[in-house]
Structure formats: structure tokens, C-alpha cells
Design a protein around this ligand. Structure first.
Ligand code: ZN
Length: 395
């Protein structure tokens, strides 16, 4: 019993770490030193590495995260764009635990559950990461942003244990996972926070972030700026300052939002050549004109939902459609602006629970692409050269 207050105190301390923003800005001279020392290098959780040694790289994954929401905090559900739960039926869905014999049932109600939306088993992460390494992989960009259960110390431990290079993201995820004081932060304060995480590191071990994102670009209301717009502007400024890449969370849809996002980033001076458009998926064949327009502005398209289970209503997770589009874009000459990943972010995607795991791109997608005529040279660009260029600090 005596441990109870202590435990409470440490929980409060943890909450403060998770939900507070640093109040200092790194001075320009220090940032310049950082860039001079690290240009051409990728900033991993164990320190900088030469981009040429990164090898096969997954640009958009998650090892430890919590996408669930508290059952009795309806405000968080509404802010996350989900219907708030209530009543016995919702409770039993919320309490579902994923097992091999209820996979399909859970998958259909996935975003209303808790346990399947949490990745927190360290030994399992080591095992699942090992499958990617065994298939020839070397580096993983973990884009778990803050408020989503990002855990710098465990990522560093996982990098040591798995032998993989791991890069950590910075910035905040969507509205439902942001701290209350986010509303009071201005663009420069948010940018300072991201810059500090990249240049000085975070937490007691000063672990450095190496990429900005994943940054949500969902609510683009301006005048006044929505929190997403505020953070987009901040992310652009942080990218300009540090030379780190910026990776986006949004859905392409009719392209209007994507173009507005790129306008906002450009207005802040961002180099769109360092911007990655995430979550391009199986609905891409309907969007080829939009995607071509985005590519012409210099961005990289990330097909990062490969192997996510297919539901009839979710064209975005149609892996075959996505892979065919990748091949079509390669044939059109865009192989320097494409990336492949799996966005593992729920237990349903882990091998231990019947999912495709972290090696699906290498074991399934790459052989398929080669089978439909994508050359070894182009595959190497998608897996190695493009990530090395994008995730290294710009000169
Ligand atoms: Zn995302």
C-alpha cells in the first residue's frame, strides 16, 4: 500500500513528460553546428549513421504505440472523429481481446476496441522486427508521433536488441491524442519543440528524433488556423531549420486537401523534395492525375498500407491495386519519388496474431513487383536509395 502514492506520483510525472512541451528554443548557432556535423547522415535512436549504410529501409512503421481511447472520455472520441461509445454492447466490443480465432470479428470493429490497438510487448517487438531483419532489412523509420505512446527509451533498447537502425519521429498526432495545452501553443513554440527533439534529443537519455511526423493534415481550416494547420506550419519551419524530412498523415481523396497541404508547407518555405505523402494506397488508380500533379511538385509518394487486410469498403487497403500503381508510376519514370511500407499499427498486423508483419514488403510485394516487370534497379531505389536520400539530414 505504501507504494500507492509513489506509483501515483510517478504516473503523474510520466503524464507530464507525455503531455508537456519544452519551453526552450535551440539557438541558431547550435542548429547550424548540428547540420554541419550531420549532413548526409540519418539520425537514429542510437546516434547518427551514414546514409549509405542504412540499407533496406521501411519508411513508415510503428513498434510501440497506443491508438486506443479511454472508454469513458467521449470528448477524446469526438476529437478523434470516432463515435463515442456507451452501453453494454459497445463495452463488450471495447473489451474484445485479439486472438487467432476471433481475428475477423475484431477486424470489423477494430477502431472501437482497446487491446488490439495497443502495441506494448517488448519481446514480441523484438521477434517481429527480427522477421524484417531476416528478410534482409536494416532500418525502420518509426513515425509514432507524441501522444500515441511513443517511447524513446524502448525504441533505443529495441534497436540494440534487434540490430536494426531505428529512426524516431517527432510532432503530435491527430486531435484526439493531443494534450490540452496544444491549443495554447503557437507555430514557433511547436516548431521549437520539434527542432529541440532533433538537435538536442528528448528524455533522460537525450534520444534524438530523426524525422518530422507522422504529421496529420486532416483539418485544414485557416483563419484562424486549425491545430493541424498550426502544426503543419511548424513542421515546415522545423524541416527548413534542421534539414530533416517531413512525413504526412492524410488521405489523398479528391486531392484538394493534399494540394492545400502542399501550399501551406510551401508558403512556410519547405522543400517539397523532403516531404513524404503517406497513406497512398489501393485507391490510387482513381487518383493518377492528382498523384502526378503532386509528384510534379517534388513530393515523394509513400505506399505504406501494403498488406493491410482488405475490407470491401476500404479501397485504400487494396494491396494489389497499390502495387500495380507503384509499377505504373515506375514505368512513367517516377521511381525516385516512391516508397514502400506496411504501417504496422495494430496487433492484427503482427505475425503472432495472424497478420503480415514487418517483412511483407520484402517477402511478398517485391517479388510481385519484379514479376510484373519492375527492374532490380528500380526496386533498389524504392527500398534503399530513396529512403537514404530522404531520411538523411539535408546539407
Ligand atoms: Zn498515419
Amino acid at each position: 500500500m505504501i507504494f500507492q502514492p509513489l506509483r501515483l506520483a510517478s504516473l503523474c510525472a510520466l503524464a507530464l513528460v507525455l503531455f508537456s512541451l519544452p519551453t526552450f528554443a535551440v539557438d541558431d548557432e547550435r542548429v547550424a553546428q548540428f547540420r554541419a556535423a550531420n549532413q548526409g547522415k540519418i539520425i537514429t535512436v542510437l546516434g547518427p549513421i551514414d546514409a549509405e549504410s542504412a540499407g533496406i529501409t521501411l519508411p513508415h512503421e510503428h513498434f510501440f504505440l497506443d491508438l486506443s481511447l479511454p472508454f469513458d472520455d467521449p470528448d477524446r472520441w469526438v476529437r478523434a472523429g470516432r463515435r463515442a461509445p456507451g452501453g453494454a454492447e459497445d463495452r463488450s466490443v471495447y473489451d474484445l481481446e485479439l486472438k487467432l480465432d476471433n481475428w475477423a470479428e475484431v477486424y470489423r470493429v477494430l477502431w472501437r476496441t482497446k487491446d488490439p490497438l495497443v502495441l506494448d510487448d517488448f519481446d514480441l517487438a523484438v521477434e517481429e522486427a527480427g522477421a524484417f531483419k531476416a528478410a534482409g532489412g536494416a532500418t525502420v523509420i518509426d513515425v509514432t508521433s507524441k501522444g500515441l505512446g511513443r517511447d524513446p527509451e524502448r525504441l533505443a533498447l529495441l534497436a540494440r536488441r534487434s540490430g536494426l537502425h531505428i529512426v524516431m519521429g517527432t510532432g503530435w498526432y491527430r486531435e484526439g491524442w493531443r494534450p490540452i495545452d496544444f491549443n495554447g501553443m503557437n507555430v514557433d513554440e511547436l516548431a521549437d519543440d520539434m527542432v529541440a527533439e532533433i538537435v538536442e534529443g528528448t528524455g533522460p537519455d537525450k534520444i534524438h528524433a530523426g524525422v518530422i511526423g507522422e504529421i496529420p493534415a486532416m483539418d485544414l481550416a485557416t483563419e484562424p488556423d486549425s491545430n493541424d494547420v498550426k502544426q503543419l506550419r511548424a513542421a515546415a519551419r522545423a524541416s527548413v531549420k534542421t534539414g530533416a524530412a517531413l512525413t504526412l498523415h492524410q488521405w489523398v481523396g479528391d486531392g484538394e486537401r493534399l494540394m492545400k497541404t502542399l501550399d501551406i508547407l510551401e508558403a512556410e518555405g519547405a522543400d517539397l523534395g523532403r516531404v513524404i505523402v503517406g497513406h497512398v494506397g489501393g485507391d490510387a488508380p482513381d487518383q493518377l492525375d492528382i498523384l502526378a500533379a503532386a509528384l510534379a511538385r517534388g513530393v515523394t509518394l509513400e505506399f505504406d498500407l501494403l498488406g493491410v487486410a482488405f475490407l470491401l469498403a476500404e479501397k485504400v487497403s487494396d494491396t494489389r491495386g497499390a502495387a500495380d500503381t507503384v509499377a505504373a508510376l515506375v514505368k512513367q519514370g517516377y521511381s525516385d519519388q516512391l516508397l514502400l511500407s506496411q504501417d504496422v499499427c495494430t496487433k492484427t498486423q503482427l505475425k503472432a496474431y495472424g497478420g503480415n508483419g514487418y517483412d511483407y514488403v520484402l517477402t511478398e510485394v517485391v517479388p510481385y513487383l519484379k514479376g510484373i516487370g519492375v527492374t532490380d534497379e528500380d526496386v533498389e531505389k524504392l527500398l534503399v536509395a530513396n529512403p537514404a536520400r530522404l531520411f538523411s539530414i539535408a546539407p
